[in-house]
Design a protein around this ligand. Structure first.
Ligand SMILES: [Zn+2]
Length: 286
């Protein structure tokens, strides 16, 4: 009698830049990988609009090559099964020169981006898909673009009449958005002001406005993942993105502070199948 083999548990993460996977939800990815789940990452760009210190470019010809190497390092630390690039160009923040580049993710028609994601969904057959929330976490145009394309791809992957050249139809079961803890963020904004820091100009390029993020609507924290048991792996993955760490987080220890506030916990909003706001779980597969 042939034994019935349970379907391999698979998570597909769809993000925009090398470092999104570690800084954002690295703890969760490392936790599921440590439990034997296949965790695959799609990264839409190579983060070529990110600013890096010249010293980082001694070993790599371009920023794209550097950031690709940093992502390979982080993927190993987190235990990811694969990393696939969609090959779009980093769009930079709104109003920047990169934002006007015709090759940028921001300029790409959402259907073109979705087609590529559908092909990966049909090839990898994940039960769970993770991406940014509607405002892309911190309003980055690439984060919003990849959110929109992932939502379209999720609802099209199981329909053979859509994107017929992207493989055999397959419908993933669950779609989640990484939910920022905005209550904690509001507290952080208050703390920064008390410390005489400007919360409207943070980050490596001073282009992240925490006060705007704190004004965004709360998204329900349907699923809460405690990743304390694999915290070390997340730290290792973060450290891989050395070119993006200086100034962005370390000088003000923003990431460290946010971590302390969130208690080594990632939260996700379940977009599909829909659940009431009060729904709470500690497992993305539940
Ligand atoms: Zn990003």
């Amino acid at each position: 009698m042939p034994q019935k083999i349970a379907a391999k548990r698979t998570i597909l993460v769809v993000l925009a830049h090398p470092d999104d996977e570690s800084f954002g939800m690295g703890g969760t990815l490392a936790l599921y990988a440590s439990r034997g789940v296949d965790v695959h990452l799609i990264c839409a760009t190579r983060g070529e609009a990110g600013m890096v210190d010249a010293s980082f470019l001694k070993k790599h010809k371009t920023i794209a090559k550097l950031r690709e190497a940093e992502l390979a390092c982080a993927a190993k630390a987190l235990g990811l099964k694969s990393v696939s690039y969609l090959g779009f160009r980093d769009s930079g923040m709104t109003g920047s020169k990169d934002n006007k580049n015709a090759q940028s993710l921001f300029r790409a028609p959402v259907g073109d981006v979705a087609a590529k994601i559908v092909a990966h969904m049909r090839r990898l057959r994940p039960q769970v898909v993770l991406t940014f929330d509607e405002v892309g976490g911190y309003h980055h145009p690439d984060h919003i673009a990849i959110h929109n394309a992932t939502v379209q791809a999720f609802h099209a992957a199981g329909d053979g009449s859509q994107f017929p050249h992207a493989g055999n139809p397959f419908q993933p079961e669950r779609l989640y958005y990484n939910a920022l803890n905005r209550r904690r963020l509001r507290w952080l904004v208050r703390m920064m002001r008390l410390a005489g820091k400007d919360p409207s100009r943070v980050g490596r390029n001073k282009d992240i406005d925490l006060t705007a993020l704190a004004r965004d609507q709360d998204t329900p924290p349907h699923v809460s993942i405690n990743y304390r048991s694999v915290e070390k792996r997340k730290h290792q993955a973060d450290a891989c993105h050395a070119s993006q760490l200086d100034g962005r987080f370390s000088r003000f220890s923003l990431l460290e502070l946010y971590w302390r506030l969130t208690g080594r916990r990632d939260t996700f909003t379940r977009a599909f199948p829909p659940v009431p706001d009060q729904y709470r779980s500690t497992d993305l597969f539940a």
